[in-house]
Design a protein around this ligand. Sequence first.
Ligand code: HEM
Length: 503
Amino acid sequence: MATIPDYILPIGGLTLAPILIGTVLLGVGYFLYTVIYNLFFHPLRKYPGPRLWAISSIPYAITFVSGNAHRKVRELHEKYGETVRLGPDHLAFNGPQAWKEIMGHKKAGEQEIGKVPGFFQGGPELSVIQIEREGHAWQRRLLAHAFSAQALQAQEDLIKHYVDLLIQGIREKGDEGRIAQNAVRWFNYITFDIIGDLAFGESFGALEKGTNHPWVEMIFDLFKYGAFNWMFLRLPVPRSLGIKFIPKSLQEKLATTNALVEANLGKRMSLDLQRPDFVYYMTRKHREGFLSDKEVDSNARLFVVAGSETTATTLSGTTFFLGKNPDIKEKLLNEVRTAFESEDQININNAQSLRYLNAVLEETLRLFPAVPCGVPRMTPPEGATAFGEYIPGKTVMEIWHWPMFRNPKYFTQAEQFAPERWLGDPRYKGDRLDMVQAFSYGPRNCLGKNLAWAEMRLILARLVWNFDFELAKDSYDWMDKIQVYTIYDKPELNVHYVPRKFE
Ligand code: HEM
């Protein structure tokens, strides 16, 4: 006698088969409803973009962790135009009005297009980069003391000390330029040492030891962790489930970082030192109030992450572009070497007036922005008005720096490294330089912008004063090998630093 298959066995008076069929039909029905709704009825349906991306967030989420998202988003802008729908509830913008409309100041009472909760991670409290509008304004006012012109002046000797170590290290290790040295590593050493000293009262010792501190080694993994985190935030899965898929090794590194921060910061905070580091300014009582210990902790770790890799990346990019463009390098060498009579004259203040050097850095930030992806914003639940249109609530809005700053519609020879475009050269007169906002724009722009500029100018001017340099052959295609996981995964950039001969 034939046995009855399990799936039609009765459960509580019902057979399993109809339940299974019903569930499948419901799933298919829901799927079809979502597809039809997202394509034909969703308030964002009029915005162009790939159909698959309009249906589901999965293609965007996968692209974001592919390492190639910056190139892909650029391709989409080229194909679909200045506004592209990157997901059912997700738009990317690439035109001159975008900064003001999305990131600009809003009048009192007007809704800000705010941060996406969970995009930035870390810290026992919300740091300035995470917190919403009112809390942000208050924290930012307090933190601004640590980044004021006065603070920067007081920090100059500390920064200069590390530039001295960098020059000395490159000179010692280079064997008169015969040995190629990895510039990416050198720039990581110096920027982490500076920021470590400012954030925790002591450097990571990288320049002196000639090796990265384990925490520094971790930073890139942390960004990668951030990329996975954002991917899961975009997917229709519970956050707790998404986190389980993040590689265990990354989660362990995060835990190690937390322990390191607590130890280093705790040590610095226990010493009532009068030195002009961030801790000094953050723990003062100001007219506006004072930060709690947890807020100090969260912001100190933010500063290390935000203020090191970014400047190191820009300096690596500058070195690459100069290596590939010897005529531009010569002009820069000439400017720096004729502007001063001796090296000790070069300081933060007078490096500001080196016009060509500034243009070289600006052009690097255009073609190789330290933050290549978008830093997403989200409309409030009731929606917001931007570009004269109503944008529904909880829409993610982004400006991807990489495609925006290379938009061929707004830049002549957009792919060319041409510092002249920043110096009024008539060949570039139509360029929309105001579209290049590598430090972002509006009330949430970069708090460390002046510090970053000071560091980058001083380091570049001192390097150029001391060395001529050439790319090693294996680094000619450095830019093509780069991948992006929120920030760049940079391969070695090998450079021959040849000490300048003084007559
Ligand atoms: C080339 C160097 C740098 C670039 C291109 C850069 C870029 C950026 C960008 C694009 C943002 C906006 C993020 C957002 O929209 O949420 C930002 C924010 C921020 N950056 Fe930088 N950054 C650089 C260096 C630094 C340095 C040296 C520091 C020093 C600690 C720093 C500290 C910060 C802070 C605290 C914020 C958050 C500001 C706020 O939300 O009010 N950055 N940066």
